[in-house]
Design a protein around this ligand. Structure first.
Ligand code: NAD
Length: 255
């Protein structure tokens, strides 16, 4: 999808990867940008507005674990921008000591963000269709022994995104879905590797970073531009690569 002149909304838009994605989308000519996040970050919002004075940039407070707040966010964004072309979810936590919270935010939060996005973007519901990109993780496609709960939620996001990113849904919604799988990226999230109920490894996770958030956000937008429904993009060590999973099964899928 060509981003120029489009309307985009980024959930988790004040986080490391989310904010870099906002910058990258605006650099590519996005004209309306909505940011959903837990809290408004006035400094970051102002910086975007100063750097991209022609764009219409707005914030909505959205806790991804609260369906009513997701609804309000979309309602507000559609009232302001008329329609949404691109929706990015970049919401997540590492919290191995609290797997319920990890599932609630990473997996259920992303799922509900996607379901409400379909309500507001689907051509079957009066929208224009478009593209949804879910930031999963490299640990959505490979094991991650240090953070097993996190890894499970990220595998869940890839399964969710690939299932929604099928012709079955595209035919009626006009929305394409893509999975983004970053490797270790310099953001505040990396500070939260503190052991778990199944390991007590203390990792200096900051040392694991292989790329900046800015590089990740730039490549993420390049993945969106490929406009390929159901695709999976690994973004690691400053490089992007499409992941094509093996075809394990070709029987009936029930669709
Ligand atoms: N940093 C990495 O190495 C890395 C690697 C792979 C995937 N990711 C994923 O990238 C995404 C962004 O993470 P990041 O690295 O930028 O970290 P970050 O901590 O900077 O950003 C996380 C964002 O999620 C938001 N968030 C948390 N709970 C929320 C909730 N309940 N409702 C709404 N928003 C909520 C935060 O406010 C923040 O904006 C996450 O899904 C993360 O799992 C990060």
């Amino acid at each position: 999808m060509d981003c120029s002149g489009k309307t985009a909304v980024v959930a988790g838009g004040f986080g490391g990867i989310g904010y870099a994605t906002c910058n990258s989308l605006l650099s590519k000519g996005v004209k309306n940008l909505g940011i959903f996040d837990l809290f408004e970050n006035g400094d970051l919002l102002q910086k975007l507005k100063s750097n991209f004075p022609k764009a219409n940039i707005k914030f909505w407070k959205v806790d991804a674990t609260k369906k009513s707040e997701i609804e309000n966010g979309f309602k507000g964004a559609v009232a302001e921008f008329k329609s949404i072309d691109i929706f990015v979810t970049s919401v997540g936590v590492v919290d191995e000591m609290n797997p319920e919270r990890c599932v609630q935010i990473n997996l259920l939060g992303t799922m509900n963000l996607n379901y409400v996005a379909i309500d507001y973007m689907s051509v079957a519901k009066g929208g224009k269709g478009g593209l949804v990109a879910n930031v999963a993780s490299l640990s959505g496609i490979v094991p991650f022994p240090l953070c097993v709960a996190y890894c499970a939620t990220k595998h869940g996001i890839v399964g969710l995104t690939r299932s929604l990113g099928s012709d079955f849904y595209l035919k009626t919604t006009g929305i394409k879905f893509v999975s983004i799988c970053p490797g270790f990226t310099e953001t505040p999230l990396l500070g939260n590797f503190a052991g778990s109920p199944v390991n007590s490894v203390k990792t200096d996770s900051a040392k694991l970073a292989q790329q900046t958030a800015e590089t990740c956000g730039k490549l993420l937008v390049e993945a969106l531009e490929k406009d390929k429904n159901g695709s999976i993009w690994m973004i690691d060590a400053g490089k992007m690569k499409e992941i094509i999973p093996p075809e394990y099964y070709s029987g009936p899928t029930g669709t």
